[in-house]
Each structure stands twice: as structure tokens, then as C-alpha cells.
Design a protein around this ligand. Sequence first.
Ligand SMILES: N[C@@H](CCC(=O)N[C@@H](CS)C(=O)NCC(=O)O)C(=O)O
Length: 320
Amino acid sequence: MAYKTWFQDETNNIKGAFVRQQNYFTTPFGSGADELPVEAGRYRLIWSAACPWATRQLIVRSLLGLEDAFSVGTVDPIRPKKEYSDWAFTLDKDGVDPVLKVRYLSDLYRNADPEYKGRFTVPALADIKTAKVVNNDYFNLSYYWETVWRDFHKSGAPDLFPQRLRQDIIELNDIIFHEVNNGVYKAGFARGQGAYEDAYAKVFKRLDWLDGRLSQSRYLFGDALTDSDIRLWVTLVRFDAAYYNVFRVNRNRLVDFPHLWAYARDLYQIPAFGENTFFDHIKAHYHVCCDAGNTFGIIPKGPDVSVWNTPHGREKPVNR
Ligand SMILES: N[C@@H](CCC(=O)N[C@@H](CS)C(=O)NCC(=O)O)C(=O)O
């Protein structure tokens, strides 16, 4: 089953606007001859705990119990010093991924296509036998885990992409992508005042709207978690620790939104979210690798992340 890639590069003509690259390895999963086989133990997902798109895959994997279906390899949040941008397995013994036996993410991309000209991005799913990237479709990957990988879900796994809500989820995900997930990047990587201010305004307008929506229900679609909650959350959890400063989205912090902040804590306190959150990786990556002005590579001490464990009070509707 092929999911259309809803994301389209934005070719708006705002001077200095940040444009995200198109994905390259987008073969869908399925049983067709041209599809990637849905086979447990065949793939390894390369992620950075700093990256929102990659972390989403880990949260979905934990919620659905897909830990035995595919393994994960973690790259260092601080990128290697090379002539091109890459990610390295320096957290592993001898700097080599123990399963794929490579030092750099670029090795997996080049094994798949020696002529590859795109950026070496996470998440990237590699076939373990060939050590080649087979899918880096960061926007659609979680839909596959939620649907065609269903036979491998743990019993009692939540339905994160229920049939009756699919169209609504897809529409909201599109908004969340453009105005929140990628919205903060558009502010942070703008190369002109106008582009920055436009992105900043869109981010906060949408966060205000989401704060209002979450005053009405525990999750974005009522009382059950969906794919959309995970998409929104990966940006919220990085907001005060990274985006507020590094990307200059500083009208206010996440902790200043009454409903969004309680909602964010509610999700953090679910093990699949909290256990896949590494604030040290988030802070190191954004402050050192995404802040060109941070000449000396200083990683801020704050903010105090113990507040994420404080009661959220969202169990009962009466508290909203
Ligand atoms: N694959 C997507 C999204 C994934 C993505 O941007 N991942 C980031 C980490 S959050 C990355 O790996 N960036 C590496 C680079 O841009 O060189 C893209 O190319 O825009």
C-alpha cells in the first residue's frame, strides 16, 4: 500500500525561506513485487534522539510493541567534522554500528546508491543483509508501522491511525507539519527577516489554536491517542530546550501555554514518550550543530527538565 507523500517542497517566494529537500528512498512496504517486504528482523532503523522526525518512529515502535520487528541504531547528536554533513556511530564501541558494521550514516546511503546527491538524513531504514538504505520517507514511515506492520503489533496495541479518522488525521498532520514541525525550522533557518517573521507568526498562531483545541479534549482527537499527537509532541518536547533559543521562536515558552503544556506532560509520562526522550541529545545537537553563533560549542545547563514529571491533571475532563 503506497501512501502518497503529502509533503511537497514549498516554493513560496518569500525571500530567504527555508526549503526542505524531497525524500529519496520512498518505496512503500507491502507484498507487491515493487514493494519492501514486511518482514520481522530484516531492517534496522537509524535514528538520532535529537531529531523529531526520527524520534516519532521510536515512539510509535514502543507504543505498538514493534521492538522485535526491527532494531534501532543511534547516531551521535554531535555531527562529525567532515567536509560534508553526516551522522556518525561514535556512541558505539569503536565508532561502528554493531549490526550494520559502518561508521557513518552516509555509508548506508552510498551502499544503496553510490551516486546519491541528497543529504544524509535520519530517520533512515536499512536492510540488515545488504547494509543499504531502503526507506527514508520520514513523513510516511509511521503510517506503515501503524498499518501494514499490524501483524507484528503487540496485543492490545492502540490503533494510532483508525480508519474512521484517517482523512482528518491526514489533514491535521499536514497542518502540523507545515506550521509546527517544519514551522520552527522555517523560523530557525530563515535567511531573511521577512521569512523569519512569517514563520514565527504562523508557528504561534497555530500553537494558540492547538492550545484551544486541547482545552476541549485530552488528545487531539478526543480520548484516544493518534498519530497526530505523536507528530505534535515531538516538536513540543524540543521547544523550550532548543527551538525557543536556537530557532528564535521566543514569543513564549511551551510552559506558558496552559493546555499544551499539561498535554505535553501527559504524553511525556507515557513510557513510550518519556523513554525515547533524551534531553541531553536534543540540547547538544541543536545548540552545537544548528547554532552557527555558538563558536565555542557551549551546551546550556537549563531548562530544568524535572518539571516534565509534575502532575498534569488531564485524566478527568473536569480538570480542563
Ligand atoms: N529527510 C527529511 C527530514 C529528516 C531530517 O531533516 N532529518 C535531520 C535531523 S532532524 C537530518 O538528518 N539532517 C541532516 C542534514 O540535513 O544534513 C529531509 O531531508 O528534510
